[in-house]
Design a binder for this molecule. Structure first.
Ligand SMILES: [Zn+2]
Length: 201
């Protein structure tokens, strides 16, 4: 029965959305499935689809979207975020170079407040992207990461404890005892392995 359960990272087309934080889900676009590394960002379209599932879309007004740049710069950003999150998890604030590199993504993420009448006759104030679409979209990920590095509780930034799983999550449970990317999957894999160990004694 347990064998029929699929690891959350085993869907070949879509990265798991279980990180409970945008930066964690960004890291989880690379996963281990059956001992092999899987990159869910295989193309610019993959990145675009992933962004859409996280509510991030390019604004039409910003001109055409360069999918190749979205993939290349997105992957570079992901590497940076991994480096900074891992360094922070090990107790360091982070090296100067990756911090400056992340900051470059933030500086490219230009937006302005936008005041307009809404359909009900009132006024709305929103923020409108002012940069080219790739910078705007990746800027959202960079900002979520920067916020995490500054304000996040890194005791709650965790990696799944299953030895064959590399997924990250932000532990928002009340007791802060979350150990698995998914209790139903990695949690059960662990329980089954413990059971086998006991049975073998
Ligand atoms: Zn796991």
């Amino acid at each position: 029965m347990m064998k029929a359960e699929k690891h959350p990272a085993s869907n070949p087309s879509e990265a798991p959305m279980l990180g409970d934080h945008l930066a964690m889900d960004l890291l989880n676009t690379e996963a281990m499935v059956d001992g092999k590394t899987v990159d869910y960002w295989g193309s610019g379209e993959d990145v675009l689809g992933w962004m859409a599932r996280h509510g991030i879309a390019p604004a039409d007004a910003d001109g055409p979207l360069d999918l190749e740049a979205l993939l290349a710069r997105g992957r570079t950003l992901r590497t940076l975020v991994r480096q900074l999150v891992e360094q922070r998890k090990q107790g360091s604030v982070g090296d100067t170079a990756p911090i400056a590199a992340l900051d470059a993504y933030l500086r490219a993420h230009v937006s302005a407040p936008h005041l307009a009448r809404d359909s009900e006759g009132g006024l709305t104030l929103t923020r409108q992207a002012r940069a080219e679409p790739v910078a705007s979209m990746l800027g959202r990920l960079a900002e979520a990461t920067a916020q995490l590095l500054v304000d996040g509780d890194f005791d709650l930034v965790k990696q799944c404890q299953h030895p064959e799983c590399v997924l990250w999550f932000y532990d928002r449970t009340k007791a802060h005892k979350r150990r698995w990317c998914s209790m139903a999957l990695c949690g059960n894999r662990h329980k089954a392995a413990q059971f086998r160990k006991k049975a073998a004694l």
